[in-house]
Design a protein. Structure first.
Length: 243
């Protein structure tokens, strides 16, 4: 009887731990995933493309390689695409690398305001959505020119500020921030400003953005499995007592 109770207690503890893992995932760290390597260290805000290539310093975290995007924006966001989103997959085994197809100004919908800007790489999972952390390389804008590096008193890369309501531009309102939990819009080649709504494919639940229905099904399945284990333990204990 003592052995049965010990086994039941062990299985119950394991079941509770499994349920906690499913229901309450471990929070991610706020530190950047790495840096974004740019082909240029300086340029102008209206040159097309903004730079020839941008590459992450290493692959995306394991499990977050289904999609990837390279964007630019003020520290903390909102961020706008500088290249077409990547959807080929495998970005958790190879570093993201893109060739931008627009200028700095076209990407954000106007001439960027002076100050600090971040070039970021975002990683996505098919089932878990966007990874909470990013690859980050800061830029400093002065007039029509930008250069790699932070200005004096730049934002902390480890603790990004909250997203701004709009992208800060000179002589305009800029691009609005996307809804919480969704990527910013994709700017088609030739567009004067990026669309104000999220890219339909990336924002859909079965691609990037929020987690897919498969993730919800896995969560429900995990809860059902834990409940089944607990029920089996209770039934086994009851039978032992009656015998």
């Amino acid at each position: 009887m003592i052995r049965v109770r010990a086994t039941a207690a062990t299985l119950s503890a394991a079941a509770v731990a499994a349920l906690a893992t499913v229901a309450f995932p471990t929070p991610a760290s706020a530190a950047p995933l790495g840096t974004v390597r740019l082909s240029a260290t300086k340029g102008t805000v209206d040159q097309t493309p903004i730079f020839d290539t941008a590459s992450a310093s290493k692959p995306c975290p394991t499990g977050f390689g289904s999609d990837a995007q390279v964007r630019i924006g003020p520290p903390g966001g909102p961020y706008q695409n500088v290249a077409t989103p990547l959807r080929d997959g495998g970005y958790d085994t190879k570093a993201v690398s893109v060739q931008p197809n627009r200028s700095f100004s076209r990407a954000i919908g106007g001439a960027p305001a002076d100050g600090e800007w971040w070039v970021v790489v975002e990683c996505y999972s098919l089932t878990r959505g966007q990874h909470p952390d990013r690859f980050i390389t800061p830029l400093t804008v002065t007039g029509r020119e930008w250069k790699v590096g932070q200005p004096a008193g730049g934002a902390s890369l480890d603790s990004p500020p909250p997203p701004k309501a709009t992208v800060p531009v000179n002589g305009g309102t800029g691009s609005p921030a996307p809804p919480a939990g969704y990527p910013a819009a994709t700017a088609p080649a030739g567009a004067t400003t990026p669309p104000a709504v999220p890219d339909p494919e990336l924002a859909s639940n079965n691609r990037s953005g929020s987690a897919s229905p498969l993730a919800s099904a896995m969560w429900v399945g995990g809860v059902v499995l834990v409940l089944a284990i607990v029920g089996g333990i209770a039934l086994l204990t009851r039978r032992r007592r009656t015998n």
